[in-house]
Design a protein around this ligand. Structure first.
Ligand code: DGJ
Length: 703
């Protein structure tokens, strides 16, 4: 049993394999946070459960240590919950009412002292991964409606430290999931999305340390939010040196009318503690995602090597070019052929056709079945691109249903990539998407869907909804999106889904419950990708990180990189190929088939093993190592960027091996040699690069 309550001290203790999380019921009935970190006994925290009165200006400092702070009384920090009762009262006075402990869950119920309002604080313990999933359920147990204005999932209190450093992900289209560090001084740092999607700019997670944590050492408190719509994480260091992290659905342009008898359930905000640095944090998250989040059917299966036609043919797809690309793809060992945008309606560019999901007969006179059969006959599975949430004004769908898009009645909606956003909050839109997707997947032998979303949401008006409900629109949108994915996954359990939003605009734990993998970025430059892949893998499992090998010079930044560099960079995740294979020389195709064959031998380690980021891209030498679950094998990828001052040697010490086991080590195609695990981890290997942008693949197998 990982959860205990001490009736005498009124203290709750939640234990995971290596951590304790402790809070108690204080004198005023508030739930006061006491401790989060390495394992302790709850009794060690007894002396912390005291009021923290100071002066009449800062009366209730203890409130600022609350597990979930409803706004009311003398509380001034970022609240967990803010609302208006139907009589106009906006003040909340909530305190502990009861609790329920089950095997691995704890629910604390708070009640308002006057109004029929209850809040459940839910804690689900993921012992094995040192994580706690938290969320809140707001219940209107009366008759009058309540207007919710801010309903966070959780408040995380970080222990007192002299310094606080925030690690987070930032980016933009073509440069998603880069890592940044920021020292926090008094005030707030807000990470958020107001774009209706998770966004390319920030990703919903945080990690806090005292400025000294490194990849393999130091204490880190971290969390990630499972929400793919507007979200907000506020990291607030107050002037009493408390650091609180409040996160959930963004309260910007949001409200929710909670009628009598209704509940509002917030998304999960998972949190954890690592005393072994960022690498350990990532590995815990990767395991958690594989075991608890990813769709069960494919969580532990291997991702297939895919080919995607987007960079080769753009919108000009047709039966002839797709079949000839498929032939080349099959020749080099691709297992899944994916046709991208342009196969439907009058979709010859991004100006028309979106919304008309019928096969374009001019491009595919013999229909989709013919293409699929050709691909299947070549021994590959078939996948297809869709963008169901969108519509071009120049489409039959828009001409028939102009009222289906998001927008305000007196305003002309902004176009993004010449398209408008369908209002998924509407039942008829949800039904439309579900029915055309069901038809597509029932009629054809399709095993993979790439679900795209190519613009940020704007002008989120929902004119037909009652005035008081119009600001619910983007939350309903996201909930319906999940419902669509859930229904399709249930109906078509064998079909794998990729979440794409013009690259990495929709990567988060919320959609991961339905998505088997993610498109990281439209920027496929193998070097830029190393930076983005570092950031991606910080929170998300490498098996979900789709990386294509494309042409050189790269279309995005014109950089020339060898085929080897491009392959090795992509082999650190779920390998795909996206180059124009019809233009590749026979020699390149042969090399490609060799790399794909190698990837198939090592992919179990990459996709199901443990990741060690031995050296970050910012050093100019990226080194990542994957270790097979049982430590019997490993693979190391090394990438050099520049060779200044003739410094061509790089020393690397490996991780995660058995010290006493003897391993066969093969660097690229060189003569193998033998070293002990202890030698590889302590003495290490000195690698010599042959020039700029050289790279190495080191394979290590227990003898
Ligand atoms: C954006 C995606 O990220 C690309 O891979 C491609 O699918 C295009 N959309 C198609 O419009």
């Amino acid at each position: 049993m990982s959860i205990h309550f001490n009736q005498d001290s009124k203290i709750f203790e939640i234990d995971t394999n290596h951590t304790s999380y402790v809070f108690g019921i204080n004198q005023s009935g508030g739930i006061q946070h006491l401790y989060w970190g390495n394992k302790v006994k709850s009794g060690d925290c007894n002396r912390l459960l005291v009021p923290m009165l100071r002066s009449s200006f800062d009366l209730h400092i203890e409130n600022e240590r609350e597990e979930y702070s409803p706004w009311g009384g003398m509380f001034y920090a970022e609240p967990g919950l803010k609302l208006s009762f139907s009589d106009g009262v906006r003040d909340l006075k909530m305190s502990y009412a009861s609790h329920e402990i089950k095997e691995d869950s704890l629910i604390i119920t708070l009640k308002d002292e006057h109004y029929p309002l209850e809040v459940d604080l839910v804690y689900m313990v993921k012992e094995q991964f040192d994580l706690i999933e938290r969320n809140a359920i707001v219940r209107n147990v009366g008759k009058d409606p309540i207007m919710l204005e801010n309903t966070s999932s959780a408040v995380w209190m970080i222990p007192d430290m002299n310094e606080y450093q925030l690690t987070y992900s930032f980016g933009y289209w073509g440069g998603e999931t880069q890592i940044k560090k920021q020292n926090l001084s008094e005030g707030k740092m807000v990470l958020e999305s107001r774009k209706g999607i998770t966004s390319h700019n920030h990703n919903p997670w945080f990690a806090i340390d005292n400025g000294n944590a490194s990849e393999e050492s130091g204490e880190i408190w971290y969390g990630a939010l499972a929400w793919s719509g507007n979200w907000k994480i506020v990291i607030e260091r107050n002037t009493y040196n408390n650091l609180r992290v409040v996160g959930g659905i963004n309260d910007f342009d949001f409200s929710w009318l909670l009628e009598g008898g209704e509940i509002f359930e917030t998304p999960v905000f998972v949190g954890g503690f690592s005393d072994k640095g960022f690498g350990h944090m990532s590995r815990n998250m990767h395991l958690y995602e594989r075991n608890c989040i990813l769709p069960k059917k494919h969580a532990n299966t291997l991702r297939k090597v895919l080919y995607n036609s987007w960079e080769a043919t753009g919108f000009s797809v047709n039966a002839e070019n797709q079949i000839s690309l498929a032939q080349k793809a099959a020749q080099i060992g691709v297992e899944l052929f994916v046709i991208d945008d342009g196969w439907f309606g009058k979709r010859n560019n991004d100006k028309a056709g979106l919304g008309d999901w019928q096969i374009n007969k001019e491009k595919f006179p013999e229909g989709l079945t013919h293409l699929i059969k050709s691909v299947r006959d070549m021994g590959m599975e078939f996948g297809i691109w869709v963008e169901p949430e969108m519509v071009n004004p120049d489409s039959d769908l828009y001409r028939t249903h102009p009222d289906w898009v998001l927008g305000f009645s007196t305003r002309k909606g902004s176009l993004g990539r010449n398209q408008l956003v369908l209002n998924l909050a509407k039942d008829e839109v949800k039904t439309f998407i579900l029915s055309f997707m069901t038809e597509l997947l029932s009629e054809y032998d399709i095993k993979f869907i790439k679900w795209d979303m190519n613009r940020a949401v704007s002008e989120p008006g929902w004119n037909e909804a009652p005035l008081k409900r119009q600001k619910e629109v983007l939350v309903k949108y996201t909930k319906n999106l999940y419902e669509i994915w859930r229904t399709l996954k249930e109906k078509f359990p064998d079909v794998m889904f990729e979440s794409c939003s013009g690259g990495g605009g929709r990567i988060d734990l919320g959609i991961m419950e339905y998505a088997d993998q993610f498109w990281v970025s439209d920027n496929t430059d193998a070097l830029d990708r190393l930076y983005m892949q570092e950031g991606f893998s910080t929170m998300y499992n490498p098996k979900t990180m789709v990386c294509w090998v494309t042409d050189s010079p790269n279309g995005f930044n014109k950089r020339n990189l060898s085929l080897k560099y491009r392959f090795l960079s992509s082999m650190t995740g779920a390998l795909g190929v996206g180059g124009n294979l019809r233009k590749w020389s026979d020699e390149s195709l042969e090399d490609a088939s060799r790399y794909i064959a190698v990837y198939k031998q090592i992919r179990d380690m990459v996709q199901n093993g443990s990741l060690y980021r031995l050296s970050p891209p910012s050093t100019g030498n990226t080194v990542v190592q994957y270790v097979e679950d049982k430590g019997r094998g490993s693979v190391v990828f090394m990438f050099n960027q520049s060779l200044n001052f003739g410094m061509n040697k790089f020393h690397v010490r490996l991780k995660g091996l058995f010290p006493d086991v003897s391993y066969k080590v093969t660097i690229d195609e060189e003569e193998p040699f033998t070293m002990s695990g202890s030698g590889l981890m302590n003495v290490g290997l000195t690698i010599k690069y042959k020039g700029e942008y050289d790279c190495k693949l080191i394979r290590i197998v227990a003898e």
